[in-house]
Design a binder for this molecule. Structure first.
Ligand code: GLV
Ligand code: MN
Ligand code: MN
Length: 409
């Protein structure tokens, strides 16, 4: 059994880094907050007896050798970056539980055939550059040089941010793992929804991860005087954007499974007495079935063009990122099922609506996830919470899952 108090104390300690006056956490990639979080976790990794290093993408890694050091490695982890004003469990729970798992093994003299690496991935959330999973993409060898040109709100590119953090963007390819070198990837994460709470269960096993697209819409009209321009003469892009956002809601609702969100919208120039000239917003659209999601997107695009014509404004779109839905492997799901049975916990499976680094790693290795109950299902919010007991239950399931994967063939 893992040490519940130690895990909880570290979660609380790490949860102070990037804390905002609102109570939420803002810990964006390649910032001093993220650096502080990495330093803290590196110290925990050392306490756990791990060999600690950072790869070319800034992924923080702690390694426990296997009895066969050439055997493929079992990767366990999550991320340390957050969304703007997020919670303290999304990411850190998975990293700290992974540290706790190997520390418990080391303290009990448990050896495994396969090496185990605890990983804290660089920029899972995509909050800073509107493009995420940078560390896991790099590890999968799937990050292109172009993608390092994405810019944050201040015009700083991923490549520049990497340089500021002491990393060489030209070396990003070195973070790629060789095919066959990773046995499996397992991540413990909070559910971020209400399914486990409804089922009255602390832990669940993830069957698959929904696929998402992020599409930036730009609507261009004409900036004019808010007092002097009669209503019929206006070309107001914000009203058109409002109509498009309503279409997004309707189209997603009709499927019963797709979820569509506009969480970011900028109005230019942003004056009270100026009809806007331009509006930009980003659509986040997800479904476990890529075809269903893509049909919804097509319909949204068609209707957006129609609205643009009717209102005499120009609507253009840009695909920011796309991730296919991904199934969790039988290998990891079965190991997690056995772990639940060993611990006397119900075996309960559920899909993930949120996206995770495993999506990027499927080309490299079998992946799987274990979920911990989220209080009221809330996440990406300062109110995000999971109890100490539930976190410990999840970490114990992770322990036996990793042990099974690292000792088995
Ligand atoms: C990541 O947390 C996402 O699903 O947006
Ligand atoms: Mn998140
Ligand atoms: Mn997360």
């Amino acid at each position: 059994m893992i040490q519940e108090e130690r895990l909880w104390q570290r979660l609380m300690e790490l949860g102070e880094i990037g804390r905002q006056p609102t109570g939420g956490i803002t810990r964006l990639s390649f910032t001093k907050e993220e650096r502080a979080a990495k330093e803290k976790v590196a110290a925990y990794m050392k306490e756990a007896g791990l060999f600690v290093y950072e790869d070319a993408a800034g992924n923080l890694i702690g390694r426990k050798e296997g009895t066969d050091k050439d055997a493929p490695v079992v990767l366990v982890g999550s991320h340390l970056d957050s969304v703007y004003n997020g919670g303290m469990f999304d990411g850190p729970l998975g990293v700290l539980a992974a540290v706790e798992v190997v520390q418990t093994m080391n303290e009990n003299g448990v050896e495994t055939k396969h090496p185990i690496e605890v990983v804290a991935f660089t920029d899972e959330e995509g909050a800073r550059f509107r493009f995420g999973m940078i560390g896991s993409r790099a590890m999968a060898g799937a990050l292109s040089a172009d993608e390092l040109n994405y810019q944050d709100a201040n015009g700083v590119s991923v490549a520049e941010a990497m340089q500021e953090a002491g990393l060489n963007p030209h070396h990003i390819g070195k973070a790629a793992r060789k095919p066959g070198s990773v046995k499996a990837y397992v991540e413990l994460h909070i559910e971020q929804g209400r399914v486990l709470e409804e089922a009255n269960l602390p832990v669940g096993i993830v069957t698959g991860i929904a696929g998402l697209v992020w599409v930036k819409f730009t609507v261009e009209g004409k900036a004019e005087h808010a007092g002097a321009t009669p209503m019929p003469l206006r070309r107001d892009p914000l009203v058109a954007a409002a109509q498009i956002i309503e279409v997004i809601e309707q189209e997603a609702k009709e499927t019963g499974t797709t979820v569509g969100t506009v969480g970011q919208l900028h109005v230019f120039p942003g004056g009270i007495n100026i009809i806007p000239e331009r509006v930009e917003f980003v659509l986040d659209l997800r479904d476990l079935d890529a075809a269903v999601r893509d049909n919804v997107l097509q319909s949204i695009n068609e209707q957006a063009q129609k609205i643009g014509k009717e209102r005499n404004v120009k609507v253009t779109t840009e695909l920011l990122q796309e991730m296919p839905p991904v199934l969790c492997s039988e290998l990891v799901q079965n190991a997690a099922k056995e772990a639940c049975q060993k611990l006397g916990l119900d075996v309960f499976s559920l899909p993930s609506g949120a996206s995770h680094d495993g999506v990027q790693l499927v080309g490299l290795c079998p992946i799987g996830m274990i979920f911990v109950r989220s209080q009221d299902g809330v996440s990406h919010s300062p109110d995000e919470w999971s109890t100490k007991e539930d976190c410990a239950a999840g970490a114990n399931v992770l322990y036996h899952t990793v042990l099974r994967l690292a000792t088995g063939e």
